[in-house]
Write a protein that binds this ligand. Structure first.
Ligand code: NIG
Ligand code: FE
Length: 413
């Protein structure tokens, strides 16, 4: 049996004896033990406590890590990403700086369709290798669990290719990975005037094969003006739900068109983005079972208003934070930056942001029994920081890499 002891931890943060999706005021409750130890057995957290209470036999464990002056917290659970893609889009980034609008870029063949074209031209191996690098990159930044979406194939072959790449990532990676089918990301160019044909293809061609080959855990739709209406979103989600795929949806990114109501009606696990929210929608979401997943780096990158985190917390919503790592709206999967931005721009307290990016992120992927907190029996998915003064220092000192080591399932990254 592989056993590791971490000693002299300045603060062990994110301890939970009971699993709970955190809402409203609960989000600030980040339990910490000062001067702590933690023991890992076969990749699982087997015990922890104060150094002064450690048993003499535990001190004899051969494999030891001295974390003097360092903090230990659960790895980030990034519940919204699109990391399978073939090429970056920095040319559009520069076009936008020069003043071109999102619509003008899309008209030039840019945006999601640009990525779809490149993805369809790439081989499964090329896509796997590119995504693998991104997984390695984010795991070094402390991400231990991640949700990955399809949605750049926009055809039977392309979507299945993406989903098979994600399946391979799941098989080969130490990270916990969940897959979301986002065939309804936009319409392929050739069907831009025949939406029904594409929706039929999603429902009658793609979904049955995805279900048969068990290629997805969740279903997603980009519910937005010019993309999929709330009615279309509902039809597509219901078709996925027949195969056991629960909805996690892109809503209220640019416009408020009824995505929140539709998502709540479908009992979506999470409703993601939320840059554009009315007060009535904030209250509806707060009174629902759905988690509001905020993607502040996407708001930042597209120069959109930041999500109303404070209002959501103050009306008792359950919120999670995620990176939205993708080539068009958030070409970064750095959850440390997501947390810093949430504190700086959305006025979340550091404890709230850490909880939203760990245990609530785990809930937003339905892996809360596996990871997301320091709990006996959960995977040892741990961030060991460099010596820092407190958890607040992490978002305060934004842009600095404060991570010393990352353990995923007990294994060093
Ligand atoms: O979550 N808004 C929809 N989808 C992505 C962006 C896709 C892209 O531009 O490639 C998002 O922001
Ligand atoms: Fe997204």
């Amino acid at each position: 049996m592989a056993v590791t002891l971490i000693t002299n931890i300045k603060q062990l943060a994110g301890i939970r004896t009971e699993n709970k999706l955190l809402r409203g005021k609960e989000l600030v409750e980040l339990k910490v033990i000062e001067n702590a130890f933690l023991i890992i057995e076969n990749g699982i957290i087997s015990s922890f406590g104060e150094m002064k209470n450690i048993s003499p036999s535990a001190l004899k464990i051969k494999e030891q890590v001295n974390a003097s002056g360092q903090l230990v917290l659960p790895c980030w659970c990034d519940s919204h990403s699109h990391i399978v893609y073939a090429a970056s889009r920095e040319e559009e980034f520069v076009d936008k700086i020069k003043g071109m609008s999102y619509a003008e870029i899309a008209a030039k063949g840019g945006g999601i369709l640009n990525t779809a074209k490149k993805l369809n031209a790439a081989s499964e191996d090329e896509l796997f290798n590119a995504a693998w690098k991104r997984l390695e990159e984010v795991s070094r930044l402390g991400t231990g669990a991640i949700e990955i979406k399809s949605g750049y194939g926009l055809s039977f072959e392309g979507e299945l290719k993406m989903l098979r790449v994600i399946k391979k990532l799941k098989e080969k990676s130490n990270l916990s990975i969940k897959t979301t089918f986002l065939g309804a990301h936009t319409y392929p160019l050739e069907l831009k005037d025949n939406h029904q044909k594409y929706i039929d293809s999603i429902i009658h061609e793609m979904l049955p094969v995805i279900a048969k080959e068990k290629l997805a855990d969740f279903i997603d739709v980009f519910c937005e003006k010019g993309f999929f209406s709330p009615g279309e979103t509902e039809i597509i989600c219901k078709a996925g739900m027949k195969y056991g795929l629960k909805p996690k949806l892109h809503v209220n990114q640019m416009n408020s068109i009824g995505g929140i109501e539709t998502g709540i009606k479908l009992d979506a696990i999470s409703l993601d983005h939320l840059e554009t929210m009315t007060d009535a929608e904030i209250i509806k979401l707060s009174n629902s079972n759905s988690i509001g997943t905020l993607l502040p780096t996407a708001a930042f990158f597209l120069r959109m208003p930041f999500q109303p985190a404070r209002k959501l917390i103050d009306t008792n919503a359950a919120i999670a934070l995620a990176s939205d790592y993708n080539p068009g709206s958030s070409p970064s999967g750095n959850m440390n930056l997501v947390i810093a931005m949430s504190c700086i721009q959305m006025k979340m307290l550091p404890e709230e942001a850490i909880n939203a990016a760990t245990i609530n992120g785990a809930y937003a992927m339905e892996i809360e029994n596996e990871t997301g907190s320091i709990t006996i029996g959960k995977r040892a998915d741990l961030i060991i920081t460099k010596p820092v003064s407190s958890v607040s220092y992490l978002p305060y000192s934004f842009g600095t890499n404060l991570i010393d080591k990352v353990l995923i399932n007990g294994n060093p990254v």
